[in-house]
Design a protein around this ligand. Structure first.
Ligand code: PRX
Length: 664
C-alpha cells in the first residue's frame, strides 16, 4: 500500500535553471517546443512518430488497442524484426561505419563495423538454430561486457527467440532462479572474463547454477573470452556445454533470414527486483519497445549516426538493453563498450577513452558522477574530453554532483539531462528534451511527450498538478515501451503494477493506473523531482535490489532466526543495505553471523548486493501484531531520532539495537 503523504519528505530548495548552450540547440534532434501539445492533442496516434523511426515489414492497423486493460497492444497488426532495424537497414549507407568500439579490461580492443556486426549476428543466429532454438524459445544469456553479448541478443532477435540476459555479476543461485523461471533450454555464457585485473572463472558460476537449477538446459553455448583463459575450460563428454567457436566455424558465412515478428511478439525478458523475494521477468514487446527506445535515444540522448556515444552501464541491466544495444543501433550510431569498471586500470580510464574515441555523448549514473567528483577533476586534466551532451540515469542526481559533471566533464558547454525510467517502462519517461527545456539541477524534468506521469496521494487520488505536493508517482496512460506482462504471470503483473490505484474490475482504460513505486513531486514550474522508492525496493549505486531478496538470503544462514533489511544513506552509493539479524536460540557463536550473512547474500544474489553492516540483535522492533517496523531500523541506521515507539510490542528494543549498532 502507498505510504501516507506525511512520510514523504521533500526538501524543496531553490533550484536554478541552466539554459542549454546555443550551439547545442542549433544542432539538436528535438527543437520544436510544440511537440508536447501536438502529442497531447493526438494521443495515442502521436506515438506513430515513434514507430516511424523503424522499418516495418507490415504497417500496423491500430496504434493502441486498449480494449483489455492493462494488457495493452501497441502497433497492432504491424510486424518487424529488431535485428534488421538495428543492423541490416544501415548496411546500404554505412556498412563500414563502426557500430561498437570495444575495449577489454586487459587492453584488448575491437572495432566492429555494421557489416561485421551483420556477419557475427547472422553466424550466431545460425549457431542458435543449429542447437534447435526455435521462435519464441527464451534463451538465457549470462555474459559480461564483451561483444558476444550484443551479438547474442541480436541473434536471438533475428530468429524471434526472446532473450533473458542475466547480469554477469549475479550469483549462481540468481542465475539458476532466472533459468528456472524462464525454463530456458539454451543458456549462453563464457569461460571467463576480467574484473580489476583478475580473471574470473565464469564457467564455474554456470556449473554451479546448472547444479542448483531445476531446469536442465539441453545446451550451454560457451564463448571463449580469450586465449589466456583457454586452460580454465574442461568439457566432459556428458556436459551440456558446446564451444561457440566450434559452432561458429561450422556456421561461417551463413546468413539467417530474419523472422518477421508481430509488433506484440516479445523481444526479451528482463528480471528485476520487486517487493517479494522472487524477481519478476518484465516481458517487453518488439514493436512498441523498439519504437520507444529509438525515439528517446534520438530526441533525449540526441544521438545521431555520426556520433560516438558512450553509455557506461552494463548491458545486463535495462539501461544497457535500451541505450547501448537497441536504441543507439536502431539509429545507426557508433557506441563505445568498455569491459572494466571506471577505476581500472586507473581512475582516469573514462576520460582516456573519451579522448581516444572522441566521445560526443556520455551517459552514466549519479553514483559514477559522485565517484568521479571524489577522485577529483585533476584526473580529467591530461585528456581532451569534448562532449556536447551528458546524461544520467538510475538515481536522483544532487545539484552539487550535477554542477560538477557539467563543469568538469562538460567543460561548461554541454547539456546535462537526468532521465527517470524503469526496467518496466522500457525507455525514458520523465526527462527533458535538452534543446527545448532549461536544465534544472536535481530535477528529472518533464514527461516525455505523450507520457502522462501524475502524483497520487495515499488515498489514491491525484494531487493538484504542479502543486509541489509529494506523493506516489503513477503513469496514467499506456505508452509504447511499457512491459507487456510479468513473464508467465499475468496476475502478478496486475497485482504489482496496477492493482493499487486501478479499478481492476473495469475494462475502461481510464480506470487503470500504473504504479511506479517511486515517490515524486511536481513543482509549480512543471518539473518532476524523484524522491526515491516507496516500496520494499532499494537503490544501491543505481542497482535495484529487493529488501525481501536480501532478507531471504540472510535467513538461509542456519544460525539466523529473523532478518530485516533497511537502506542506509550513503554519500557515494546513494544507499547501502544494513541487515539486522536475530540469532537462533541454539546459535553457539553469534559473532560468526555477520560474515556468514555477507557470504549468503553474495552467493544468493551477487557481490553487488553486499551489505554495509550486519548487526546482530536480540530482537527486532515489532508492532503488537508482529509486523517488523523497518522504518525504525532505517532511522537507527541513519542515526536519526526515533519517532513514536509506543506502538511497539517491546518499546525498549530500538534502544537496545542502537547500542548494538554503536558497538559494532
Ligand atoms: O527508483 C527509481 C530509480 O531506479 C528505479 C528503476 O530501477 P531499474 O528498473 O533498475 O532501472 C534503472 C534504470 C532505468 C526507479 O524506480 N531511478 C531511475 N532513474 C532515476 C531514478 N531515481 C531518480 N532519478 C532518476 N533519474
Amino acid at each position: 500500500m502507498p505510504r501516507d503523504d506525511a512520510t514523504l519528505e521533500t526538501q524543496l530548495s531553490d533550484q536554478e535553471y541552466v539554459r542549454p548552450p546555443t550551439q547545442f540547440v542549433g544542432q539538436a534532434n528535438a527543437t520544436d517546443p510544440g511537440i508536447y501539445d501536438r502529442f497531447e492533442a493526438t494521443y495515442p496516434d502521436c506515438f506513430e512518430e515513434f514507430a516511424a523511426l523503424l522499418d516495418w515489414d507490415d504497417h500496423w492497423d491500430e496504434v493502441l488497442d486498449d480494449s483489455n486493460p492493462p494488457f495493452y497492444e501497441w502497433f497492432k497488426g504491424g510486424s518487424l524484426n529488431a535485428s534488421v532495424n538495428c543492423i541490416d537497414r544501415h548496411l546500404e549507407d554505412r556498412k563500414n561505419q563502426t557500430a561498437f568500439v570495444w575495449e577489454g579490461e586487459n587492453g584488448d580492443s575491437e572495432r566492429i563495423a555494421y557489416q561485421d556486426l551483420y556477419r557475427r549476428v547472422n553466424e550466431m543466429a545460425a549457431v542458435l538454430e543449429s542447437v534447435e532454438v526455435a521462435e519464441d524459445d527464451v534463451v538465457t544469456v549470462h555474459l559480461p561486457m564483451i561483444p558476444a553479448l550484443p551479438v547474442t541478443m541480436l541473434a536471438c532477435a533475428r530468429i524471434g527467440a526472446p532473450h533473458s540476459v542475466v547480469f554477469a555479476g549475479f550469483s549462481a543461485q540468481a542465475l539458476a532462479d532466472r533459468l528456472d523461471d524462464a525454463a530456458s533450454d539454451v543458456l549462453v555464457t563464457v569461460d571467463g572474463y576480467y574484473r580489476r585485473g583478475e580473471k574470473l572463472d565464469h564457467k564455474a558460476t554456470c556449473d554451479e547454477a546448472l547444479d542448483l537449477a531445476e531446469t536442465d538446459p539441453e545446451t550451454v553455448l560457451l564463448f571463449n573470452r580469450d586465449e589466456a583463459l583457454d586452460d580454465s575450460v574442461t568439457i566432459e563428454s556428458d556436459d551440456p556445454y558446446v564451444l561457440v567457436e566450434d559452432c561458429l566455424a561450422d556456421c561461417a558465412g551463413r546468413e539467417v533470414d530474419p523472422v518477421s515478428r508481430d509488433a506484440e511478439d516479445p523481444l526479451f525478458v528482463m528480471y528485476t527486483s520487486g517487493t517479494t523475494g522472487e524477481p519478476k521477468g518484465c516481458q517487453h514487446r518488439t514493436g512498441g519497445y523498439l519504437a520507444h527506445v529509438a525515439w528517446t535515444a534520438k530526441h533525449v540522448l540526441d544521438v545521431k549516426p555520426d556520433d560516438t556515444y558512450w553509455c557506461t552501464a552494463d548491458i545486463g541491466w535495462i539501461t544497457g538493453h535500451s541505450y547501448i544495444v537497441y536504441g543507439p543501433l536502431a539509429l545507426g550510431t557508433t557506441s563505445v563498450m568498455y569491459e572494466g569498471p571506471p577505476d581500472h586500470p586507473h581512475k582516469a580510464i573514462s576520460w582516456e577513452l573519451c579522448e581516444r574515441y572522441d566521445v560526443d555523448i556520455f551517459h552514466t549514473s549519479p553514483t559514477a558522477v559522485r565517484m568521479f567528483m571524489k577522485w577529483g577533476a585533476d584526473h580529467l586534466d591530461p585528456y581532451d574530453v569534448d562532449v556536447r551532451h551528458l546524461t544520467t540515469v538510475g538515481e536522483p542526481i544532487q545539484p552539487e554532483a550535477w554542477q560538477w559533471y557539467a563543469e568538469h566533464v562538460g567543460g561548461g558547454d554541454a547539456v546535462v539531462v537526468d532521465t527517470w525510467w524503469q526496467t518496466e517502462t522500457g525507455g525514458h519517461m520523465i526527462t527533458n528534451l535538452p534543446a527545448i527545456q532549461d536544465m534544472k539541477p536535481g530535477s528529472a524534468g518533464h514527461a516525455v511527450p505523450g507520457v502522462q506521469p501524475t502524483i497520487y496521494d495515499g488515498a489514491g487520488d491525484p494531487v493538484d498538478p504542479a502543486s509541489d505536493t509529494a506523493g506516489n508517482l503513477v503513469i496514467e496512460r499506456p505508452w509504447p515501451g511499457m512491459l507487456q506482462t510479468v513473464y508467465g504471470d499475468d496476475d502478478r503483473f496486475v497485482s504489482e503494477y496496477w492493482a493499487t490505484f486501478s479499478e481492476t474490475d473495469s475494462d475502461d482504460p481510464d480506470d487503470w493506473v500504473y504504479k511506479a513505486g517511486d515517490g515524486a513531486v511536481q513543482a509549480s514550474d512543471g518539473y518532476f523531482r524523484i524522491l526515491g522508492r516507496l516500496d520494499d525496493v532499494m537503490n544501491v549505486a543505481g542497482h535495484r535490489i529487493g529488501t525481501m531478496e536480501l532478507e531471504s538470503a540472510a535467513t538461509t544462514v542456519a544460525d539466523v532466526a529473523e532478518a530485516a533489511v533497511t537502506a542506509r544513506d550513503d554519500p557515494q552509493k546513494g544507499s547501502v543495505p544494513d541487515v539486522y539479524v536475530v540469532p537462533r536460540a541454539e546459535c553457539a557463536d553469534p559473532s560468526a553471523i555477520p560474515e556468514a550473512v555477507v557470504e549468503a547474500i553474495e552467493s544468493e544474489i551477487g557481490s553487488f548486493a553486499r551489505p554495509g553492516n550486519v548487526i546482530v540483535c536480540d530482537a527486532l522492533p515489532k508492532t503488537r501484531s508482529g509486523k517488523i517496523m523497518r522504518r525504525l531500523l532505517e532511522d537507527i541506521s541513519n542515526g536519526e531520532s526515533l519517532g513514536d515507539t509506543t506502538t511497539l510490542r517491546d518499546p525498549s528494543v530500538p534502544e537496545q539495537i542502537r547500542t548494538h549498532v554503536q558497538e559494532s
